[in-house]
Design a binder for this molecule. Structure first.
Ligand code: DGY
Length: 327
């Protein structure tokens, strides 16, 4: 029986499914995300690992060379693994695409509304018993209708956000590695834009792109200074796409108007200054956090690893060139 290390909390049903064909070791990831060093210590000697956002270091892969054959991420993002290195060491990497797009898109619209209509601030105000007089002058916010939304990263999630944004009357431009075909652009009412133009013109700048060497710190002092003074930035992608220190400076100095962030450069640590700003809405990397979606993500990650070892199938393989030169 192949041995699988499960760095993720399973339901009883999921545990039964996996343990039918594998010898499994469960780690309570809800309580404790293993650091790269602890992962080497606790999760070495397994044929496969199911992981949830935790970093799979090259050292871990190297230490488990010729043993480890599969890394199954319970996430659509896979920036926690050096894909080139995994490919070099013949380790298959899987992810869980498509099933979380609607959940994340719903959440993103929620973040934008929370930020622009000051919903979190108002909630704290009422709960603190501070509502004593006329509410008319309180919590005045911004409208979405007729404003320009600039989406950076027009993948599955970006597109679902665009669909929702249309119904709020937002106008949409996008920047992406590849320009979409005309009929797809029409479907999402989205026009292609250079990054510079998007930053210059958008009232709402939305980050929905993957993290990689090219996108790390894409949003920095220089790019923030290209944005409108009344613009808001929304990050539902990965924290490291924004240089957090530069964002804090931009917010402190009114270079931009506000930020809604689901992800952080050094999460779970959050820059202390962001915590006290009125013009920020902060969430703990919860974009895909609905019961149904998170459960479906785990189901898929289990199926990916199950089908790989038992059926030789590569559903949702990230390193597509893994078998190019034979295995
Ligand atoms: C993902 O799937 O990449 C989300 O960030 C959930 O962790």
């Amino acid at each position: 029986m192949k041995k699988i290390f499960v760095h993720c909390n399973l339901t009883h049903k999921q545990e039964v499914y996996l343990s039918k064909n594998f010898e499994i070791k469960l780690h309570d990831a809800n309580d404790n995300i293993l650091s790269p060093e602890h992962l080497i210590e606790k999760a070495s000697g397994f044929d496969g690992i199911i992981c949830q956002g935790n970093i799979i270091s090259n050292k871990y892969i190297e230490k488990n060379e010729n043993i480890l054959k599969a890394i199954s991420n319970v996430s659509v993002g896979y920036d926690n693994v050096d894909i080139n290195y995994a490919t070099e060491k013949k380790v298959a990497v899987f992810n869980t695409p498509n099933i979380l797009d609607d959940t994340v898109a719903d959440f993103t619209i929620g973040l934008i509304l929370a930020l622009t209509r000051k919903i979190c601030e108002g909630n704290s105000f009422v709960k603190a018993g501070k509502w004593k007089k006329n509410s008319w002058p309180l919590f005045l916010g911004e409208d979405l209708k007729d404003e320009l939304l600039g989406i950076i990263g027009m993948g599955n999630i970006g597109k679902k956000i665009a669909l929702r944004a249309q119904s709020f009357g937002l106008k949409i431009i996008y920047h992406n590695r590849n320009k979409l075909k005309k009929n797809i652009e029409r479907k999402y009412s989205a026009n292609y834009s250079s990054l510079e133009n998007l930053l210059n013109k958008s009232k709402y700048v939305l980050l929905a792109l993957p993290l990689n060497a090219k996108t790390k710190h894409l949003i920095n002092e220089k790019t923030l200074s290209m944005m409108r003074k009344d613009a808001y930035i929304v990050n539902i992608a990965r924290g490291k796409i924004i240089k957090e220190f530069d964002l804090v400076m931009a917010l402190e100095n009114n270079i931009i108007a506000g930020a809604a962030l689901d992800v952080f450069e050094y999460e779970p640590e959050v820059n202390k200054k962001l915590l006290t700003m009125k013009n920020t809405v902060l969430m703990p990397h919860a974009g895909s956090a609905s019961f149904t979606t998170r459960n479906a993500m785990i189901d898929l990650a289990l199926k990916n690893i199950n089908d790989f070892f038992l059926l030789g199938k590569c559903n949702n393989l990230v390193n597509n060139n893994l078998f190019k030169n034979g295995k």
